[in-house]
Design a protein around this ligand. Structure first.
Ligand code: KIV
Ligand code: ZN
Length: 512
């Protein structure tokens, strides 16, 4: 029987470390539920000791997700490890992932510790963690740039103390596939107790080789766990992309001969959710989840695909969750059809009240837009839209005037704690005027660090989906809004971001 390849998703921890990708506790839970639907084996839910917000997010996910193992990152010290164990108490299956840097550069310049001190701290931390939780992962940070003899001593010691998974990070994305694969192989061959742990790969994408390096770690090195993120989200150039690594192993089963438990049909929805939540747009030519990943534009290709699909397609779009941009619902569709479609799309709303509110928004949209696509429905039920009504600020209406040669003017009506107010402003364009009209009233003082517009289903008839990223007093939040009118979508996105800034939740991103 083929070996199983464990899929360890770190979108909520390493992915979130990407500047601007910080997520609220509820957003993290929503993504964790999608990861559970995907049947991810291990979800790294955060870094419990890094902030109260992260602790609460790990705790909430540990209490809510039942099918995946829930993991918290932790530095190699007793305080961090105890905090991780505390946050994971409610989990069906819990894992502590503890790390300490082992490369000469990191030990000397960052930790200011001798190799012997690092070895001792790694040993003691794993011993301490093992008394709290049975499933312990150890990572020598910057492992790939570490000196092999020293790394062998550290890993042998932590396996002896009870580490059950050994993860070898290429923290700075310096590896190339053959060398990284052989590095893992050498470690496994030289460490006498290496067979007592599962070996894992964790590759960053600075040279664009994170997926290739991870696969080499599996094929050449014999690793049986891959750490990855949805859309390859992560600091700098990101992490190994879950969808690419999973589809490589599934599509080339002839070569890898491994089983993966992932239910690939939920991949596109997961990609959309992460992109929408963080405002990190997926490039159109991105493998598997990019808008063009299965599009055939040239006549020769189209002709070939029509005659025999596998002339130009190695995977089926529907197997990873693409639907053929078909009209799924319309003005006359009822509540049950809407609910069924949500279920087919893998969306579960928290309560009947949320479903009713989403259905009301659907009806409103169907009145203005004859063709409603799956993408429209997903936008309708996005976190920011669903909870809009219960927040501090809620959009009501907008009027704006723009004409060539004249300065645009906007008037926006919205509620503040349920009370209707109106803001007015001029601006460089209608969007600028509308956002300034809101700001004129709210006076948040926040700086806008990102504004992006995306046509949800590709044509000018589609809804525009806008992401606004605001920064204030060191906090960074994303707001998303969707509407056929992109000025309205922009106002909704701005209001969603203001609501997040207004909420008390602590969401300082973890620093690993
Ligand atoms: O890249 C890295 O080294 C990490 C570790 C904390 C596992 O993310
Ligand atoms: Zn990392």
């Amino acid at each position: 029987m083929a070996d199983k390849l464990i899929i360890f998703d770190t979108t909520l921890r390493d992915g979130e470390q990407s500047p601007g990708a910080s997520m609220t506790r509820d957003e993290k839970l929503r993504i964790a539920r999608q990861l559970e639907r995907l049947r991810v084996d291990v979800i790294e839910a955060g870094f419990a000791a890094s902030s109260n917000g992260d602790f609460e997010a790990v705790q909430l996910i540990a209490n809510s997700i039942k099918d995946s193992t829930i993991c918290s990152l932790s530095r190699a010290n007793d305080r961090d490890i105890a905090r991780a164990a505390e946050a994971l108490k409610g989990a069906n299956r819990a894992r502590i992932h503890t790390f300490i840097a082992t490369s000469p550069l990191h030990m000397e310049k960052k930790l200011r510790m001798t190799p012997e001190q690092v070895l001792e701290q790694a040993r003691q931390s794993v011993r301490f963690a093992r008394n709290l939780v049975g499933d312990i992962e150890f990572s020598p940070e910057d492992g790939y740039r570490s000196e092999v003899d020293f790394l062998c001593r550290v890993i042998e010691a932590v396996i002896h103390e009870g580490a059950t998974t050994i993860n070898v990070p290429d923290t700075v994305g310096y590896a190339v596939p053959e060398l990284y694969g052989n590095f893992i192989k050498t470690l496994r061959e030289r460490i006498p107790n290496s067979d007592k742990a599962i070996w894992s790969v964790h590759c960053h994408n600075d040279l664009g080789m994170a997926v290739a390096n991870s696969l080499a770690g599996v094929k050449i090195g014999g690793a049986r766990q891959v750490e990855c993120t949805i859309n390859g989200l992560g600091e700098r150039a990101g992490n190994c992309s879950l969808e690419e690594v999973v589809m490589a192993v599934k599509t080339r089963k002839d070569y890898f001969d491994l089983e993966v438990g992932i239910d690939a049909q939920h991949i596109v929805a997961a990609s959309r959710m992460v992109s929408q939540t963080t405002g990190f747009v997926v490039q159109p030519n991105k493998a598997v989840v990019g808008a063009n990943a299965f599009a055939h534009a040239s006549g020769i290709h189209q002709d070939g695909v029509l005659k025999a699909r596998d002339t130009y397609e190695i995977m089926r779009a529907e197997d990873v969750g693409w639907t053929a941009n078909k009209i799924v619902l319309g003005k006359l569709s009822g509540r049950n059809a809407f609910k069924q479609r949500l279920q087919d799309l893998g969306v579960s709303l928290e309560s009947e009240a949320d479903t009713n509110a989403a259905f009301a928004r659907f009806k409103e949209l169907a009145d203005r837009k004859s063709e409603i696509f799956d993408e429209d429905i997903l936008a309708l039920v996005s976190e920011d839209n669903v909870h809009g009504d219960s927040e501090q600020y809620a959009f009501v209406s907008l009027a704006q005037h723009s004409e060539t040669g004249e300065r645009p003017h906007a008037s926006v009506v919205f509620t503040v704690s349920g009370k209707e107010v109106r803001g007015e402003s001029d601006g460089n364009g209608p969007v600028d005027a509308s956002l300034k009209a809101i700001e004129a009233h709210v006076k948040s003082g926040a700086e806008m660090v990102l504004y992006s517009v995306n046509a949800i289903s590709g044509s000018t008839e589609s809804q525009g989906e806008v992401t606004v990223r605001l920064q204030n007093s060191g906090r960074v939040v994303n707001g998303v809004g969707a509407d056929p009118d992109i000025v309205v979508a922009s106002a909704k996105a701005y209001i969603a971001a203001l609501n997040k800034l207004h909420s008390k939740a602590d969401r300082v991103a973890a620093q690993g």
